[in-house]
Design a protein around this ligand. Sequence first.
Ligand SMILES: CC(C)(COP(=O)(O)OP(=O)(O)OC[C@H]1O[C@@H](n2cnc3c(N)ncnc32)[C@H](O)[C@@H]1OP(=O)(O)O)[C@@H](O)C(=O)NCCC(=O)NCCS
Length: 333
Amino acid sequence: MRIVETGPDGALFAAWCEVWAAAQRADRPGERPRPAREHVALGRRLTTPGGAQRGTHRAAVDGGRVVGALRVLLPVRDNTSVAYLDVAVHPGARRRGTGTALLTEGLRLAAAAGRTTAVAEVDEPGPGTAGRAFARTAGWTCDLQETRRDLLLPADEERLAALEAAAAAASAGYEVVTWRDRTPDALLEDRALLSRRMSTDAPTGDVPVDEEVWDGARVREMEALVLDRGRTVLSAGALHQGRLVAFTDLHVPLEQPERANQSGTLVLREHRGHRLGARIKAAVVRELAATMPQVRRISTYNADSNRPMVVVNEALGFRPAGGLSTWSTRISP
Ligand SMILES: CC(C)(COP(=O)(O)OP(=O)(O)OC[C@H]1O[C@@H](n2cnc3c(N)ncnc32)[C@H](O)[C@@H]1OP(=O)(O)O)[C@@H](O)C(=O)NCCC(=O)NCCS
């Protein structure tokens, strides 16, 4: 088995993407895996200078076949001591040391880039996943446990209407706005602040990451990447005296619109306690029903400690559907 570099436009990249698709099909047989376009767009962004993150990819090749995939993602504007590693091995080629070899290569690349901490996520549809056993064996620490919850659509009308009425009554003085794909110019800097706060205020357990640095240009960079990945984003926010003080984003993959992902929701600390979280989430569910009725399900991930967000989601009708854990290790030079 050899480990070779591959770029998003390289000859091996389609097979690299197929490793991820095969791993996802094995882990969550009921769901279509992420299309290759997602990996290609992210890969191009990571290998084009000037962005908020850079990165590199490696393929494990055995007998002429790509059997394993590694992506190393390096933040540039903040968290410059951290490397994010994504490792997958084709289900037909596991337990032969390929995952370990890719992980070792990822840590070597991270160290060479001056990083001292590595972070990785493990999708956990149920108990006893290979990813958890693998991370444990490698000596990594589990820093955060999140539960995925799904809302099946169409949402229950009575439940939604009751939540909207209660949330509107508790948040007089705030106006709800919605937009799609591009944050209105007038709200751009406020949206950047919300992303910055998201990186510190959403519970991250013991994951060794610091506050992210966001400005309007980085919001535009993120919006462009999401469009390149083939997604459309429906957003709702709350305005207070003309300023955006809360947001929620829903990503819908256009090639597979049956399943949307809630990517982030935040109410600025000084505006909490008015049920704005429930109000904007209900607004974006309404917007989705009106503009993309083909979406059958919304998935969202919350730290088990994030009671305020979990309460809102359960009131909307979201139900547990597996988990996601985040792991880290120190990198010795
Ligand atoms: C996790 C994954 C990358 C492991 O790949 P792999 O090539 O099978 O890993 P290795 O052969 O190097 O396994 C190393 C050790 O991890 C442990 N391990 C790996 N898979 C395991 C499983 N299914 N059950 C129990 N232990 C397991 C074992 O201790 C194994 O050593 P052993 O085979 O000598 O007992 C692979 O299962 C995968 O792609 N899973 C989906 C994606 C994912 O979860 N990635 C993890 C990100 S950290």
